[in-house]
Design a protein around this ligand. Structure first.
Ligand code: SF4
Ligand code: SF4
Length: 132
């Protein structure tokens, strides 16, 4: 539940249907993320899909009030997948931004130091732009 949409949102709707947790909905002039549904796309994609598709830089950003570990996020994602009848999720560099270097940079750029304790080694730095 650590991603939020800020006031830069232009209400384009591009993020709504790419969220694997069905956690994004219109709320008046902007879209909002339900923090109870957001998994930071852990278990599903290598990057946060809402941030990836959003046409506005720094509109879908980490919520400083909701910093969570990969373990917690993956547990939530696994429950969502099971409820939807999907195959069990796995954690790889293609399904968790914790395992790619550029995602760590995404966090550190906006919230310096917040993710140091849970960040993964940087040996996968070059694979961060993959969209899985
Ligand atoms: S980070 Fe992923 S799970 Fe969270 S709101 Fe964005 S698309 Fe949905
Ligand atoms: S993609 Fe970005 S600008 Fe468009 S609705 Fe979602 S948060 Fe707002």
């Amino acid at each position: 539940m650590a991603t939020l949409i800020n006031e830069l949102c232009c209400n384009c709707g591009a993020c709504e249907f790419v969220c694997p947790g069905d956690g994004i909905h219109r709320d008046g002039a902007i879209f909002v993320i339900d923090p109870a549904r957001c998994t930071e796309c852990v278990g599903f994609h290598a990057k946060q899909r809402c941030s990836f598709v959003c046409p506005i830089d720094d509109c879908c950003v980490p919520d400083p009030e909701r910093v969570e570990s990969e373990e917690v996020l993956f547990e939530r994602a696994s429950k969502q997948a099971a409820a939807a009848g999907r195959e069990p999720l796995i954690l790889t560099e293609k399904t968790s931004h914790f395992r790619v270097g550029t995602s760590r940079s995404w966090w550190e750029r906006i919230l310096p130091g917040q993710r140091d304790a849970t960040a993964q080694p940087d040996n996968l730095e070059s694979r961060g732009e993959e969209l899985s």
